[in-house]
Design a protein around this ligand. Structure first.
Ligand code: SF4
Length: 244
């Protein structure tokens, strides 16, 4: 799908997705109808302070998740892809959900898109992938990689919320439509929210294109690089110049 087609699909899906989200309470209609001035969500309570032992907190969350059957995606999965990385990461990435390779391995972002994400992290940001934390909005693969549905997102979200509360990163990158929209509690298309810094419970959020979209639209990599420079500034790290 071309970028233009993708944007049109986003716009067409916007109303439908928004209506469904409104009906299940993810986005209130009044909020959704307004034109937001920024990507900052409203009404988000501040998160609890980071626990003393984030690794133990993550283990407890995984135990609570168990052999989860809280939504219909359980029946088609091979593994639950909980998320992985440094429990004390300053930087976290949130994508949409596992694909076929991730479902096989039980790890987030290990397919072709995952390799590109690794390049973004290690070659672009100059951070080891093992030093960040990577998770998804939903933890089980959707059939034929279809979009996650609102009831599935709602069923899974307490666990992602708890993961973020455990890690308390400085910055979260929302990858693609679902990562960005979930973090910012908006139904605006990714084409509109990317390029703006938002907040999730006091944590800076940088929405950007999903690596799978970049595989189809390499020209969008320049946008992602601009977003990654924003990430580096927010982390207080040096931003490479044009000759670096
Ligand atoms: S997607 Fe989330 S809520 Fe649904 S079955 Fe998997 S782990 Fe449970």
């Amino acid at each position: 799908m071309s970028e233009r087609e993708d944007l049109l699909a986003d716009l067409l899906a916007h109303g439908r997705f928004l209506g469904t989200l409104s009906s299940v309470g993810v986005v209130r209609p009044a909020e959704a109808a307004e034109e937001p001035e920024s990507a900052r969500p409203r009404g988000e309570p501040p998160a609890a302070p980071r626990p003393e032992d984030p690794a133990a907190a993550l283990v407890a969350i995984r135990e609570d998740l168990g052999d989860c059957r809280r939504c219909k995606l359980w029946s088609g999965r091979k593994t639950i892809v909980f998320g992985q990385g440094d429990p004390r990461a300053e930087l976290m990435f949130v994508g949409e959900g596992p694909g076929a390779e991730e479902d096989e391995q039980g790890l987030a972002f290990v397919g072709r898109a995952g390799q590109l994400l690794t390049d973004i992290i290690e070659k672009g940001l100059k951070i080891k992938r093992s030093e960040v934390y990577i998770a998804n909005v939903i933890k089980c693969r959707a059939p034929q990689n279809r979009n996650p549905e609102p009831d599935e997102i709602l069923a899974c979200q307490p666990f992602l919320e708890r993961q973020i509360d455990a890690i308390r990163p400085k910055v979260i990158v929302g990858l693609g439509k679902f990562g960005g929209q979930w973090l910012l509690k908006t139904a605006e298309p990714i084409s509109r929210i990317r390029g703006r810094v938002g907040e999730y419970r006091g944590i800076k959020v940088v929405p950007t294109w999903h690596p799978a979209y970049l595989l189809r639209n390499p020209a969008a990599k320049k946008d992602v690089w601009e977003d990654m420079k924003t990430v580096l500034r927010l982390l207080g790290r040096p931003v490479p110049g044009p000759r670096d």
